[in-house]
Design a protein around this ligand. Structure first.
Ligand SMILES: NC(=O)c1ccc[n+]([C@@H]2O[C@H](COP(=O)([O-])OP(=O)(O)OC[C@H]3O[C@@H](n4cnc5c(N)ncnc54)[C@H](O)[C@@H]3O)[C@@H](O)[C@H]2O)c1
Length: 431
């Protein structure tokens, strides 16, 4: 048994919107603690230290080079806009710090490879922070599949609903997506102007590939390009992604619907997800992820967030002996924050014990796994930018390979393209 002389010291690079969720796993964590913060915006970092309840002994740096010189920092969490990840990860790795980088880890495969190479050369650990694979109900779905409860997985279908006017408690309304965050998220440089399929898509492609037993070989994207906020570029929603494998009876789909006025409840981002997995002898449904859209839908529907599965009965269980029946498990933590806590602690625990991830564990994205998901993600961006052409995942050797012109994509205008305001409503009435 390894006895820890001191806890692993974590340094956050970037103290913006997502950073607070990253602090949760360090609370009462036996293996690691936050010792330093770094942000180009020092005021934000200082305010963050206070909001997160971190002690004054947690140093605040403006320049990553200063943080890299801090001997108490053993690992960094890179929580900055995507295109800045490479430079920061390479600097940290070269300074001997282990690297955990938020998704999507990089804009291109070559950029990703430079981070991984730097970590390899420095002898430090590298992983992509992809928390959906750690969401406890999704972990339960992985276990059910591993135990053969629904036989061979044939299809994985994921749905996502996104709204604007969401209610929820976490940090209050004003912090949902701050303006400074929205600004870079809508650029080509940092996000390929593809919030749904690149930025958030990395999570979804990761889950779908994680659950499908075959490698995804091709993707096809249909997108309706919708403008939900006046003055902002159109977004890649509604969108449907079809994931093909070499087997014609094994595939995945993702369906994203941004419906600005949907009255959705989420304590975190203004969205929720629904996962449905069809196997050769059963079905798994997982409700509730970033939000809890199904809460209250108890009348015969899957009301509580959790895992529901329909599978074959061996015995004489009525009403259909020998047929299937529904079971459920809603006993695990279902709040989305647990995906962050568990993802944080898994890396910390490996570092503290000088162990590494088990390759049979479907959750962690170490270097090779994280790269495959990035390649798949970039394939969806290529399909998105080429009007829905079928893209072979292996054909992606660096970036998506196509310039963005999403504003010019024509699939017909949606009927209610813009978020209606009270002023708009008044104008319509007087017309
Ligand atoms: N896992 C999830 O569910 C999830 C959710 C949201 C964001 N993210 C990821 O987290 C990352 C950050 O997103 P965010 O929403 O917090 O962005 P943000 O804009 O709110 O915060 C980024 C912070 O990084 C700082 N920064 C930028 N460049 C820097 C540099 N070179 N050195 C130090 N600080 C720098 C900015 O000043 C800002 O405070 C992104 O990669 C994003 O995809 C993940």
């Amino acid at each position: 048994m390894t006895i820890l002389v001191r806890k692993i010291g974590a340094g956050f690079i970037g103290t913006g919107n997502i950073a607070l969720l990253h602090t949760l796993g360090y609370k009462e964590c036996p293996d690691a603690e936050i010792v330093a913060l770094c942000d180009l915006n020092q005021k934000r970092a200082i305010a963050f230290r206070e909001e997160a309840g971190l002690p004054a002994s947690v140093k605040v740096y403006k320049d990553v080079r200063e943080l890299c010189r801090d001997d108490r920092v053993d690992m960094v969490e890179i929580l900055t806009p995507h295109a800045s990840h490479e430079l920061l990860a390479v600097q940290a790795a070269e300074a001997g710090k282990h690297v955990s980088v938020q998704k999507p880890p990089a804009m291109t495969l070559s950029s990703y490879d430079r981070m991984v190479d730097a970590a390899r050369k420095a002898g430090v650990r590298f992983r992509v922070f992809e928390n959906f694979r750690y969401h406890p109900p999704y972990v339960r779905a992985f276990e059910l599949i591993r135990d053969g409860v629904i036989g061979q997985v044939k299809a994985v279908n994921m749905r996502m609903w996104v709204s604007i006017g969401t209610s929820g408690d976490y940090r209050g309304q004003k912090y949902r997506i701050p303006f400074h965050t929205l600004l870079w998220k809508n650029t080509d440089y940092h996000n390929y102007k593809a919030n749904a399929l690149f930025d958030d898509g990395y999570h979804k492609h990761s889950m779908i590939q994680g659950l499908i037993p075959q490698p995804v070989t091709d993707v096809i994207v249909w997108c309706g390009w919708q403008r939900v906020l006046k003055g902002m570029p159109k977004i890649d929603s509604p969108a449907v992604v079809v994931y093909q494998t070499r087997k014609s009876d094994c595939y995945g789909t993702l369906n994203v619907n941004e419906v600005p006025s949907l009255p959705l409840h989420s304590n975190y981002f203004t969205c929720d997800e629904f996962l449905e997995i069809t196997g050769s002898t059963g079905i798994i449904m997982v409700t509730g992820c970033s939000g809890d859209l199904f809460a209250g839908c108890e009348a015969g529907g899957p009301g509580k967030p959790g895992v529901y599965w329909f599978s074959k009965e061996d015995g004489d269980i009525p009403p259909f002996p020998g047929a299937g029946s529904w079971k459920s498990d809603c006993g695990m933590p279902t709040d989305w924050s647990h995906s962050f806590i568990d993802c944080t602690r898994h890396f910390a625990s490996c570092l503290a014990r000088d162990e590494w991830f088990d390759e049979n564990d479907p959750r962690p994205l170490w270097a090779e796994r994280g790269r495959k998901i990035l390649q798949l993600t970039l394939a969806t961006v290529r399909s998105l930018r080429t009007g829905g052409t079928k893209v072979r995942v292996a054909s992606i050797v660096d970036g998506p390979g196509v310039e963005a012109e999403p504003e010019k994509e024509q699939h017909g205008e949606p009927e209610e393209a813009e978020m209606a305001t009270d002023d708009d409503a008044e104008e319509k009435e007087t017309e």
